[in-house]
Design a protein around this ligand. Structure first.
Ligand SMILES: Cc1cc2nc3c(=O)[nH]c(=O)nc-3n(C[C@H](O)[C@H](O)[C@H](O)COP(=O)(O)O)c2cc1C
Length: 380
């Protein structure tokens, strides 16, 4: 068993253990992947001020996100098909998040259903992510199911009404479950752990949709579902409609532009997430960490601004916090842990990120994350 010391180690192990089509579904961006790369790379350009001879004892990274206590300002991002990275993946990730003390966000496009996750976590509250779909009745039913499961927060994703092309998914013929083609069978033969796990669960398709949604030609295909069901006419009036339907907290995900941030501020949402969907949608968009400061400047004193995209370490979390993000989300960092080692792997990812965050905060001369601000950064 390799010694795991960073998220990159989890990625390498996940690549060995997860079937190629699902590993590559995670480790990819759209078209040239320039935004995917920039999300990570732009964190490296931000430099920290090292301080010494400051009392570094008794530290805490605890804070709140939309009023919920969190052990660090990190939540698990909604990710489709997590239950294909590892059998029962969403349940395992939700358990790891619960044990660690941060929120788990379940994607509409999950393998385990809302009800599966509620049951699998002993009805511990989790967040639910929704897309704007043509079938408004189906949306209402999904929101009702999320409410019945005790979800306190709805994350409405705004940046995937049309889907950005990811070359690898097309080449791999991505479906859940995989089709029994010769190429898939040969690849699956090299992933015995994954196959064993899948043989022991009945959760192999889109749990929130199968048996609940109508009018989709291929229930196994993410691409077909998106093209047929997602509503390309989405407008701020529709967001207003969701606000009126959902009684809990509402977070808008996929804001990259100051103009949209101002509109989001007036939408009645409780928070917004500066996000480019992990570089999976508009290739050529600015990295999230670059887009963040202008949005914080414009609206950060009136609404909680969160961000995601490219976070692979606790140092990245601290930099985002210093630039004004009052919460962050990790997608791939937890998916690599999940693919590598299931629930243990997600916990490992969270522990690594927490340790990096805590130690980096100490090096910059702080003991409480609430006191960390732009002052820890070297001005560019
Ligand atoms: C494999 C994968 C699947 C995703 N599926 C969804 C989804 O179903 N809904 C959603 O709002 N965002 C989805 N996202 C975007 C994430 O919520 C998040 O914005 C992104 O992963 C952040 O970037 P990071 O992976 O670099 O942390 C997905 C991302 C990945 C990597």
């Amino acid at each position: 068993m390799p010694v795991i010391t960073c998220v990159e180690d989890l990625r390498v192990l996940a690549k060995q253990r997860v079937p190629r089509m699902f590993y590559e579904y995670t480790d990819s961006g759209s078209w040239t992947e320039s935004t995917y790369r920039a999300n990570e790379a732009d964190f490296q350009g931000i430099k920290l001020r090292q301080r010494v001879a400051v009392n570094m004892d008794d530290r805490s990274t605890a804070t709140t996100m939309v009023g919920e206590a969190v052990r660090m300002p990190v939540a698990l991002a909604p990710t489709g098909l997590a239950g294909m990275q590892h059998a029962d993946g969403e349940i395992l990730a939700a358990r790891a998040a619960k044990a660690f003390g941060i929120p788990f966000t379940l994607s509409t496009m999950s393998i385990c259903s809302i009800e599966d996750v509620a049951q699998g976590t002993g009805h511990h509250p989790f967040w639910f992510q929704l897309y704007m779909m043509r079938d408004r009745d189906f949306m209402v039913r999904l929101m009702g199911r999320a409410r019945d499961a005790g979800c306190p927060v709805l994350v409405l994703t705004l940046d995937l009404q049309v889907i950005g092309q990811r070359h690898k998914d097309i080449k791999n013929g991505l479906t859940a479950p995989p089709k029994p083609t010769l190429a898939n069978l040969l690849n699956l033969m090299t992933k015995p752990r994954w196959c064993l796990g899948m043989a022991q669960t009945r959760r192999h398709g889109f749990g929130n949709l199968i048996g609940h949604a109508k009018g989709v030609s291929d229930m196994s295909s993410l691409g077909a579902w998106t093209r047929e069901q997602f509503d390309p006419t989405l407008s701020w009036a529709d967001i207003d409609w969701v606000r009126r339907q959902w009684p809990g907290k509402l977070i808008l995900k996929g804001i990259q532009d100051v103009a949209d941030a101002r509109l989001a501020l007036n939408s009645g949402a409780d928070a917004m997430i500066v996000s480019n969907h992990g570089g999976r949608q508009l290739d050529g968009a600015e990295s999230s960490i670059r887009a963040l400061p202008a949005i914080v400047d414009a609206v950060g004193d009136r609404i909680e601004v969160h961000m995601d995209g490219g976070i692979r370490s606790g140092q990245d979390v601290l930099k985002a916090w210093a630039l004004g993000a009052r919460g962050t989300y990790i997608g791939r960092a937890f998916l690599y842990g999940l693919g590598a080692m299931g629930e243990t792997g997600v916990r490992k990812a969270l522990e690594l990120i927490h340790n990096e965050l805590d130690i980096t905060m100490a090096f910059t001369g702080h003991t409480q994350i609430g006191q960390v601000d732009k002052g820890i950064l070297i001005a560019p």
